[in-house]
Structure formats: C-alpha cells, structure tokens
Design a binder for this molecule. Structure first.
Ligand SMILES: Cc1cc2nc3c(=O)[nH]c(=O)nc-3n(C[C@H](O)[C@H](O)[C@H](O)COP(=O)(O)O)c2cc1C
Length: 193
C-alpha cells in the first residue's frame, strides 16, 4: 500500500492533538435524495489497515445511511484547532453491512464493533434515531459480549479521491490540493489559500 501524501500532515496534526479528545470529531456531509445537503459530526475511527480509507461507524436506521445508499459521494471536513489546520476530503463511501460480499470487509466490520466501548455499542439498541420519542419504549435485550455486531451496525468506509489541506499558521497561509490522477496516483499541487 502506498501512503497518500496527505497522510503525513494529517498524521502530524492527529499526533499534536492527541491530548484533545474532540480532535477526533469530524464533519460528514451527504446529499439527500432531493439533492439537499446534510451535515453532522461523527467520530474518526482510524484507517482501514493498509489503506488510505477512513473508517466511521453508524446506524443503518440513520438518515446518512439512506443518503449514502442513494448518493455515495460525500465530504468530510476536519479542523484541528491546536495546529490550525483544515482537511477536506472528497470521496465515495462504501457501506459495509452484514450482507456485504467481501469477507475481509465483513471482518473489518466485526473488528470495529469489538473496538467500541459498551456505551458506544448500546446506542445501536436504542429506538430508531430520528423517530418521535415515546414514553414507554421496551427495554431491548442486549448482549454486549456478543462478538457479532447487530444487523443495524454499519462500517462506513470513506475512500478519498481529493484532499484540500489548509494551514492557517504562518504568513502567508498555505494550501495544498492532493488528487488522484487517471493512473490512480496521488498528485500534489500548492494552491492559493
Ligand atoms: C461528538 C459527536 C460524535 C458523534 N459520533 C457519531 C458517530 O460516530 N456515528 C454516528 O452515526 N453518529 C454520530 N453522532 C451523531 C450524529 O452527529 C447525528 O446526530 C446522528 O448520526 C444522526 O444523523 P443523521 O440523521 O444525519 O444520519 C455524533 C454526534 C456528536 C455530537
């Protein structure tokens, strides 16, 4: 696997921000069936091993899941307040659910489930996100020790095709565009901030 050139500045920003828990919160934007944008915070769950693919976990009952089923193009925005750097990732998303036909990715889905804290796991047994709150919700039977994720657990794999990196520190500010060319090779251009 060839590490994309944007991985180095990103890794540095992650490292310098390691004591700040919220530095792993990223914004994921999707497009609805009606062509409207939708944006929300999610947690960066590292890279799929030996790839440049960003991992996120989500619920198949959420709106973002249906948006991504319809339109797999999405954007991630990630700002590091400590280093004053913004990374914007443009790419396509693969939705890995229980039915996915690739044993490696099914294994990655299981691994990401096992890596969740108990409270992170419990959320997948909560009532349907976005539905009206009702007072007498039955208490679901859950077994957090089960190694298999529930059916509504989805590993979302974000495969970048373009990355826009803006560094505010310094005068002048710096901005780089990383993109895949037709040979699937990453190229880097410095552009005006
Ligand atoms: C700090 C923070 C972290 C979050 N992490 C996740 C996450 O990793 N996955 C997720 O699906 N939702 C996460 N959420 C909730 C989403 O922001 C959102 O409210 C929820 O997923 C429903 O979004 P949707 O209806 O647009 O799909 C997080 C929210 C916050 C504030």
């Amino acid at each position: 696997m060839i590490l994309a050139p944007w991985r180095e500045p990103l890794q540095r920003a992650i490292h310098l921000s390691r004591s700040i828990p919220y530095s792993r919160y990223i914004q994921l934007a999707t497009v609805s069936k009606e062509g409207k944008p939708a944006n929300r915070t999610v947690v960066f769950r590292g890279f799929l091993p030996n790839t440049n693919i960003i991992q996120i976990v989500t619920d198949t009952r959420s709106q973002k899941f249906s948006h991504l089923q319809h339109q797999s193009w999405a954007e991630i925005c990630w700002y590091f307040s400590k280093t004053r750097q913004q990374f914007r990732f443009f790419g396509k998303v693969i939705l890995v659910t229980a039915e996915y036909e690739d044993s490696k990715l099914i294994k990655a889905r299981q691994t990401s489930w096992q890596a969740l804290s108990d409270s992170g796991k419990e959320q997948f047994f909560w009532p349907t996100p976005g539905d009206l709150l009702t007072s007498n919700q039955p208490n679901p039977k859950i077994n957090l020790k089960d190694i298999n994720p529930p059916a509504n657990f989805c590993l979302l794999l974000f495969n970048s095709e373009k990355v826009d990196f803006l560094a505010l520190k310094g005068n002048p500010q710096k901005r780089y565009l990383y993109f895949l060319n037709s040979n699937n090779t990453w190229l880097t251009q410095q552009i005006n901030p």
